[in-house]
Ligand binder design. Structure first.
Ligand code: VG1
Ligand code: CO
Length: 544
């Protein structure tokens, strides 16, 4: 094998965000761009010579080309073995499971998750550690630092394209490559956690599901598990074929972008259960017939019913949620007498808590739910968890949620996103809010009085690391909150996220519309942040 040492220069902006480095495909296609970042990952790691690397992505445009480049770089950098998903495809949770099962040194996941794909769309890359979880901040900071100092990268010279379209073994220089089918391993893991016979019986009794894979990575996993193993009728999985541009759609499972599923679930003769997952398969949206379950409620309901599922029948060690996620799960934790941790946004902050055995379930308001079975959020796992609960309780989705509200109260919750706004305008909004915060204490707005304001910071209870500036919080009495943060995953301008929550113990109010109940607080948020004045936007681009 011929080792090439190729000279390069640092490229600005290779700073990983909430979940890896995400940029337009055309940015990644620039000379040396991908290579620089991959070499920076390797430069930030120690002692991986001869070890195993897991490699795969969500199948979006440029996935296959990037994998061929990374294989040649992994060989030149001294990895002993690379496990690659069939056709270069691995869902994010399956990659996490594979890293753990194969005791790999780590993994490289190629994904921009819920961002649009195709030649005009986004691409992304992130590094996961040997525990299967996203690299923590101290590693992503180091990767960034390496990207700013890089002078050369290593790659072997080899013109042959490794055939990833079939299972099998290859050699590249000294390195061994194995093309694996992760669907089977993943399905087996799910079978260990959930009561498959009970779910089979549920489908057998005529229960109907519609699962929208959004032409993204979960299609093959969902078809195999739901239709083949669990016996849901063929056609229960829609948009099940992964496409490089996700069929032109936006693979983000929410009420705006999963519109086909929403039409079915709110139409005549709607199925009993609806679900969707995102580009890389780590997010989930849960629907009943004519009914939407917010992700914040979903994690609370899973926690409250976990004892019904074989994998969690002995109880939960604790739960964790990202700071902007509603406090619905906190109440369940209190009732169960287990700890509830509040972390910054991004799955990487759950890793230490899971590794230390402090928590079993984790969730984010952004349609992310997961557990200690892997170290990523897991869309299909959440769907199976719901199916297992539905099979045991023999109630409808809406009945389960309403019963939950009756017992714990309802945390009305919404997120308003202002996408692709001017970056400077976004920073002006945050600066304006920061400036006002010291003056807000004890002031009342629309009947809500401010109790506390801060810029959220988190001290990791396991390694004591500190993460600051994680979102501006305005906490009111009666458990109401408004939170502002800027997205760390967008690729165009800036995205301002406004999270609004209010608690209701009044059962008669529980069936009211969320936007209606939260309207006064939404108005307060817009006025305090001067959103229209500073950004020119009169309404959010997406409401979830
Ligand atoms: C968003 C979500 C966050 C999630 C992240 C990655 O980040 O808010 O909760 O962990 O996406 O999810 P941000 O910084 O844009 O708010 V995924 O499915 O895109 O890997
Ligand atoms: Co995702």
């Amino acid at each position: 094998m011929t080792l090439q040492i190729i000279s390069t220069h640092p490229i600005a902006g290779q700073k990983p965000g909430t979940s890896g480095l995400r940029k337009k495909v055309t940015v990644f296609q620039q000379p040396h761009y991908l290579e620089n970042f991959v070499q920076s990952i390797f430069n930030a790691l120690d002692n991986f010579q001869g070890t195993t690397l897991v490699l795969g992505g969500d199948g979006r445009y440029y996935n296959v080309e990037a994998i061929q480049i990374i294989l040649k770089m992994a060989a030149a950098n001294g990895f002993g073995r690379v496990l690659v998903g069939l056709n270069g495809i691995l869902s994010t949770p399956a990659a996490s499971a594979l890293i753990r099962q194969s005791r790999a040194f780590g993994g490289i996941i190629l994904s921009a998750s819920h961002n649009p794909g195709g030649i005009e769309g986004d691409f992304g890359i992130k590094y996961n550690m040997g525990n299967g979880g996203p690299a923590p901040e101290k590693i992503t900071d180091l990767i960034y630092q390496c990207s700013q100092e890089i002078s050369h990268y290593r790659m072997i010279k080899n013109e042959t394209f490794i055939d990833l379209s079939q299972l099998g073994h290859h050699r590249l220089g000294e390195m061994h490559i194995e093309v694996v089918n992760s669907v089977l391993d993943y399905a087996e893991l799910m079978q260990q956690i959930f009561d498959f016979p009970k779910i089979q019986a549920l489908f057998h009794s005529g229960f109907r599901i519609c699962y929208d894979a959004m032409h993204a990575v979960t299609g093959p996993y969902a078809k195999f598990i739901l239709e083949k193993q669990l016996g849901a009728p063929e056609g229960s999985v829609i948009n099940g074929m992964p496409l490089p541009d996700f069929g032109g759609g936006h693979p983000d499972p929410n009420l705006t972008y999963a519109d086909e599923l929403v039409r079915i679930m709110y139409g005549d003769n709607a199925p009993d259960f609806g679900a969707a997952s995102d580009g890389d398969g780590d997010r989930n949206m849960i629907l009943g017939a004519n009914f939407f379950v917010t992700p914040s409620d979903s994690i609370a309901i899973l926690a409250a019913n976990a004892h019904l599922v074989p994998g969690y029948q002995h109880g939960l060690a604790g739960v964790a949620r990202s700071m902007p996620t509603s406090a619905a799960v906190d109440k369940v934790a209190e009732t169960l007498g287990i700890p509830c941790f509040e972390t910054p946004t991004g799955w990487k902050f759950f890793g230490n808590l899971l590794d230390a055995g402090k928590v079993t379930l984790c969730g984010e308001e952004s349609f992310g739910t997961g557990s200690n079975h892997v170290r990523e959020k897991d869309g299909l796992w959440a769907v199976l968890f719901w199916l297992n609960i539905l099979a045991v309780k023999q109630q409808s989705v809406s009945e389960i949620v309403r019963e939950h509200w009756l017992k714990y109260g309802r945390n009305f919750y919404t997120r308003h996103d202002y996408e692709a706004i001017d970056t400077e305008a976004a920073h002006r909004v945050m600066a304006h809010l920061r400036q006002q915060m010291p003056l807000l204490s004890k002031q009342c707005f629309a009947g809500y009085c401010v109790q506390h304001c801060d810029d959220f910071s988190y001290r990791d209870p396991v390694d004591n690391s500190l993460s600051e500036n994680q979102g501006l919080r305005i906490l009111f009495d009666h458990q109401a909150r408004i939170i502002f943060r800027l997205s760390g995953t967008g690729t165009e301008g800036a995205t301002l996220r406004v999270y609004i929550e209010a608690m209701s113990n009044d059962n008669a109010e529980h069936t009211q519309d969320t936007q209606h109940v939260l309207a006064p607080l939404i108005k307060v948020a817009n006025e305090l942040a001067k959103i229209t004045e500073l950004t020119g936007r009169t309404e959010p681009s997406v409401i979830t």
